[in-house]
Design a protein around this ligand. Structure first.
Ligand code: HEC
Length: 233
């Protein structure tokens, strides 16, 4: 066995796939791996709130590219704890994130991020406790960024509508829209196209035109997917 092992490992330097059954290496053997590695620990909540088509991953991004170069799904334990390693991170990766990506591996929401540079040692990251709910992504990525300036962030909210954290969900879900001629609900859980929030972001139906505020198709899709999947907080 010993002889077979050393021959096999010797050969593997020349013909890597020949011994690639994953079983022949014992602890004396160090496997040469391409790329860097990150070990992630901490607690992650809300992964289950994301519908099919999205994945919560530990991913590497290069520069300003919004598509992950490498990604591995995160599956927290029942108490939310996470302990995992992402290996083979390509050299061009400059940022490592805990994020939601879509089927094309495009970044949809970021929950935790650090700058990255490849080192010989595994980079150890403790993310602490991270809230990865789908609604948390909408609150911070959409409402806080594009809406609260007028809707309750500072003074009187436009149209009486608070889109601030802690208030937005109750103000939207199941509430009849003041400005809807058809008395649509602002958010009709399970039915995005019959929700005024969906309509007014696409059609100029308000005195103040909202159709240029959200221009990313992925962000509009995120809001629709949230509504169609029950509009949970
Ligand atoms: C520059 C200020 C401004 C920003 C930014 C803004 N709004 Fe508004 N919003 C208004 C005003 C003004 C009205 C009232 C329009 C009218 O009376 O027709 C309004 C009305 C609304 C209504 C109708 C409420 C109802 O009960 O019918 C919704 C829904 C709404 N905004 C959502 C949003 C969302 C979501 C965003 C961010 C993506 C946003 N708004 C960003 C100013 C703003």
């Amino acid at each position: 066995m010993k002889t077979f092992l050393s021959v096999c490992i010797g050969l593997s330097l020349l013909f890597a796939p020949a011994c690639d059954d994953g079983k022949i290496y014992d602890e004396h053997t160090s496997v040469v791996r391409e790329g860097g590695a990150v070990n992630l620990t901490g607690h992650l909540h809300g992964v289950d709130s994301w519908p099919g088509g999205y994945s919560i991953v530990l991913a590497g991004f290069a520069g300003t590219n919004e598509y992950a170069q490498t990604a591995q799904g995160i599956t927290p334990a029942a108490d939310g704890s996470v302990s995992m390693t992402l290996q083979g991170i390509p050299a061009e990766v400059t940022r490592v994130e805990v994020c939601a990506i879509n089927k094309l591996r495009k970044r949809i929401a970021t929950f935790y991020a650090v700058d990255y540079e490849e080192t010989a040692d595994t980079l150890r990251l403790d993310m602490g406790t991270v809230d990865a709910r789908m609604y948390a992504a909408i609150q911070s990525g959409v409402f806080d960024r594009s809406c609260t300036a007028c809707h309750g962030g500072s003074t009187k909210p436009a149209a009486g509508l608070y889109l601030t954290e802690g208030k937005s969900h109750a103000a939207l879900v199941g509430i009849v829209a003041d400005r809807s001629a058809d008395s649509l609900l602002l958010v009709n859980p399970g039915n995005a196209s019959e929700s005024f929030l969906h309509v007014m972001l696409r059609e100029n139906v308000l005195r103040y035109d909202h159709t240029q505020i959200i221009t990313s198709a992925n962000t509009l899709q995120l809001i629709d997917d949230w509504i169609d999947n029950g509009a949970n907080e």
